[in-house]
Write a protein that binds this ligand. Sequence first.
Ligand SMILES: Nc1nc2c(ncn2[C@@H]2O[C@H](COP(=O)(O)OP(=O)(O)O)[C@@H](O)[C@H]2O)c(=O)[nH]1
Ligand SMILES: [Mg+2]
Length: 308
Amino acid sequence: MENDQLITTQGKEGFRSGFVAIIGAPNTGKSTLLNQLLGQKIAITTPKPQTTRQQIRGILTGANFQIVFVDTPGIHESKHLLNKVIVDWATKALADVDAVLLVVDITRRWPATELAILDLLKHTGKPVLLVLNKIDLVAKENLLPIINEMKDFFPFESIIPISAIHNEGLALLLDETMRLMPEGPQFYDATFLTDQTKEMFVAELIREKIFLMAEEEVPYSTFVEVEPFEFTRDRKTITIHATVYVEKPSQKGIIIGKDAKFIRKNKRLVLEELKQMWDARIELDIWVKVLKNWSKDQKYLKRIGLIE
Ligand SMILES: Nc1nc2c(ncn2[C@@H]2O[C@H](COP(=O)(O)OP(=O)(O)O)[C@@H](O)[C@H]2O)c(=O)[nH]1
Ligand SMILES: [Mg+2]
C-alpha cells in the first residue's frame, strides 16, 4: 500500500521529467525558442539585446514527459550592478537543471561571452546541447566551420542547427533534450504552461513594446509594474493598472511622447496583442514615473524581484 502511494507521487513508470536551462549571449533567440517550443508566447522577444530580466519557466507536458524550460537572462559582461545581478541569476539557474541548451546566433557571434559561458558550464558538469540558431539567415555550408570550432571547446551531447522563428529543427532538438531527461515526477499540472503571472506577462509586454519603439538606452532604464488585475463580476472586463518607471525626467518625456503619442501607441500595441490572447474586454492605463537611478539601487532591484 505504502509503495503504491509512492509510485503515484513519483509519477508513472517510464515518465521522464527535468529542468532545462536555455542560456546564451543576448539576442541569440532564447525567448523565441522557448515560445516556439511551447506553442505560445510567454516570453517577450525584441531585436535588441538583454531584454529578459527575470527567469521565466515554460512547461511542456506530454503523455510521458514533462520538461521545464528556464529562460535565463543574457549572460553578458558589465560592471553595472544590474548586469552583475543578472549573471548571478544565470549561475544560480544552472545549479538545479538536468540539461542546458546553449543557444548561439550563427550570424552574430559573441566569442568572449561564449567562452565565458562554456567555462561556467565546464564547472557545472551538466550535459549541454549546442543549439545553432537563425540558420534561415545563412547558407548551410557556413555552419560547418562553426560546428568544428565549437566542438573543440566543449564535449557537447549534440549540435543542432535550428531556426527558432521558422520552427525548423525543433522536433529534433526536443528529441535530443528528452534523451537527457531522467525518470521523474510530473512537477506541474499538465495545463500549466508557465510560472509567470498574467500581471508579470503584461508588464513584460509593455516593456517589449518600449524596446521596439524607443531609442538606445531608454528601454534599459525602464521597469514596469502591473497591479493585480481587477475583474468585473462576470469576469468579462479586466481593468489593468500599469506603471512604467524610468530613471530620469528626460526619459519620462520620451516614454510619454509629444501629445502622449508614444505611450498611447505602446498601449495600443499591448492591447492588440492581449485581445488576441484573452477573450475579454480589457481596460489598460499606463502611468509613467521617475524613480531616480533605480537600476543601481538594491532596494528597487529587490522590488522587481531581481535580487532577494
Ligand atoms: N532570422 C531569425 N531571427 C530570429 C530567430 N530566432 C530569433 N530571432 C530574432 O532574434 C531577436 C532576438 O530574439 P530573442 O528571442 O528576444 O533573443 P534572446 O535575447 O536570446 O531571448 C528577435 O528579433 C527575434 O525575432 C531565427 O531563428 N531566425
Ligand atoms: Mg530573451
